[in-house]
Design a protein around this ligand. Structure first.
Ligand SMILES: Cc1cc2nc3c(=O)[nH]c(=O)nc-3n(C[C@H](O)[C@H](O)[C@H](O)COP(=O)(O)OP(=O)(O)OC[C@H]3O[C@@H](n4cnc5c(N)ncnc54)[C@H](O)[C@@H]3O)c2cc1C
Ligand code: FES
Length: 343
């Protein structure tokens, strides 16, 4: 196997990359946490500038990397294979995160529980079989291989890293969804291959700022992990959790959220319903969660914001947060983008 050195500037970090793996995979393998999103050449999160060396790229979307950018030397690290030593200039990176990553592993698991949380959201628990533990940080996700195929789907852990012999997830079921529609009782006992951890939507360790969590639907998963991690570690940070759902029947974990109140220094849970049923007699906030954030979050707040959920929610939240004067580097997010085809 031919391996080449890849040096990332301006951070001065070096890794080794085999020709049969992408530069992003090589970095993950060595615990170097580069910015990424889809890992499939579609989102541009890993776009970087090739300063020196030869590489080849697998198929990617020209939405992520336009032809004129390619001509200027820009590359997508999730599609790039090194064929000589490389020097790459990172465009997006987080210095605190880059060397604090955990190595990505592939583990064998077995489905140990599935239970409904709402009419279309389920809790999935996977027991680790081999190896028996997977280290991750609260807020991260893994890729689960769809049985009998080479395709995978990404899911964020909902449990905290202290219990690393199993992984818990909160999944929205899409009718006909290749993975999510498999989640009925007969799926318990199925062997599943899981690769991870991925994602940089993790708690900023060196920050004492208040925490704002914003999520919707199954976006509860990573935020639930972050919330419980803050409680388990006894961190004295004020937490506000904005959560959007359609109707009262789409809310879950309300009792557990109330219990968390006693375990966190200061905690506010602000649910908002966009389409409450009249018979639900909802008296809380109504409207899209991003509108509620716009109305209630104080401008100029010294906060770290963690955002998880459907891409349109995140796209709507980012300008709201910018208008509130929250600096870009204090906003971390994972978009739950559907796995799509490369155009
Ligand atoms: C980083 C990341 C983390 C994620 N974490 C979670 C998580 O914790 N919980 C969770 O439930 N999901 C999460 N997702 C989404 C998840 O990976 C799948 O995309 C989703 O479960 C659908 O997969 P499927 O195989 O069931 O459906 P597919 O077979 O991929 O799609 C079937 C149909 O369902 C519809 N559909 C699928 N996904 C969406 C969507 N996001 N919005 C609207 N319609 C859609 C479309 O109509 C599609 O044609 C995450 C995604 C990413 C990228
Ligand atoms: S992670 Fe490379 S394009 Fe999305």
């Amino acid at each position: 196997m031919t391996a080449h050195k890849v040096r990332f500037e301006p951070v001065g970090v070096e890794i080794s990359a085999n020709e049969d793996e992408t530069v992003l995979q090589a970095a993950f393998r060595q615990g170097v946490s580069l910015m990424h999103g889809c890992k499939e050449g579609q989102c541009a999160s890993c776009k970087s500038l090739l300063v020196e060396g030869d590489l080849e790229m697998e198929k990617y979307s020209t939405f992520a990397l336009a032809d004129y950018e390619r001509e200027q030397g820009y590359v997508l690290l999730c599609r790039s294979h090194a064929y000589s030593d490389l020097t790459v200039e990172l465009l997006n990176y987080d210095e605190e995160m880059i060397l604090s990553g955990l190595p990505v592993q592939t583990v064998q698991t077995i489905v140990s529980a599935i239970e409904p949380l709402t009419h279309d959201i389920k809790r999935l628990v996977l027991q680790l079989v081999e190896p028996k533990e997977l280290r991750f940080r609260a807020g991260q996700y893994v890729d689960i291989r769809i049985p009998g195929s080479e395709e995978h789907r990404s899911y964020s852990m909902a449990n905290t890293p202290t219990a690393n012999d199993h992984l818990e997830f909160v999944l929205k079921v899409f009718p006909g969804g290749r993975f999510s529609s498999l989640l009925d009782e007969s799926f318990v006992g199925t062997a599943l291959e899981v690769t991870g951890p991925y994602g940089s939507c993790v708690l900023r360790e060196n920050s004492a700022r208040d925490v704002v969590l914003i999520g919707g639907g199954a976006g509860m998963a990573p935020l639930w992990s972050l919330l419980n991690d803050i409680a388990e570690r006894g961190l004295k940070r004020r937490v506000t959790f904005y959560y959007g759902a359609r109707a009262r029947r789409d809310l879950f974990y309300l009792d557990k959220l109330e219990e968390l109140q006693a375990r966190l220094a200061e905690f506010r849970f602000i649910p908002a319903l966009s389409e409450p049923f009249p018979e639900e007699h909802w008296e809380g906030e109504t409207g899209l969660i991003t509108e509620v954030v716009a109305q209630t979050l104080s401008a100029g707040s010294e906060v770290d914001v963690y955002l998880c959920g459907p891409a349109p929610m995140i796209d709507a939240a980012l300008p709201v947060l910018a208008r509130k004067g929250i600096r870009e580097e204090r906003i971390l997010f994972d978009k739950f983008t559907p796995t799509g085809k490369v155009e």
